[in-house]
Write a protein that binds this ligand. Structure first.
Ligand code: HEC
Length: 122
């Protein structure tokens, strides 16, 4: 009983690993350029300045008043919901401290798309 459980869980881990490798290969081929543009915008203090509040992999001296941006595909299976959060966080939380990037004209719609592509890759 125990042994077969171990075999099944090993097989599942192997499958998950293969899935991850396959998925990253697709992501690299597709959205890598937009992700890089989005990363620059997210880290730029005069643009996204996301690091003022969020921990993001690769970002120096992050703040910690907001949730760390990791595992975003798991937390936001629907990319449109993630975009809505970044575009105007007041829809989800009227008292949000996060700036409404779109409504306040901090980022253009195109820039928000690039930031969303980057955040979705985390
Ligand atoms: C001034 C602080 C601040 C800045 C700057 C900021 N955020 Fe936020 N963010 C928050 C807070 C606080 C939350 C928690 C939810 C809420 O209160 O709206 C949040 C929530 C989020 C969430 C939802 C996380 C989850 O798991 O629910 C995402 C995604 C996000 N922010 C992305 C960004 C991105 C991308 C940027 C930069 C373009 C950014 N934030 C800039 C404060 C900030």
């Amino acid at each position: 009983m125990r042994k077969s459980f171990r075999i099944v869980s090993t097989a599942l881990s192997a499958l998950a690993l293969i899935g991850t490798i396959g998925f990253s290969a697709t992501a690299i081929a597709g959205d890598k350029k937009a992700e890089n543009v989005g990363k620059k915008l997210a880290f730029n203090k005069k643009k996204g300045n996301c690091l003022a509040c969020h921990v993001i992999a690769g970002g120096a001296q992050p703040g910690n008043i907001a949730p760390p941006l990791v595992g975003m595909k798991g937390r936001f299976p629907d990319k449109a919901v993630l975009r809505a959060q970044i575009s105007d966080p007041r829809a989800a939380n009227p008292d949000s401290m996060m700036p409404p990037f779109s409504a306040h004209g901090i980022l253009t719609e195109k820039e928000i798309d690039a930031v969303v592509d980057f955040i979705y890759s985390l």
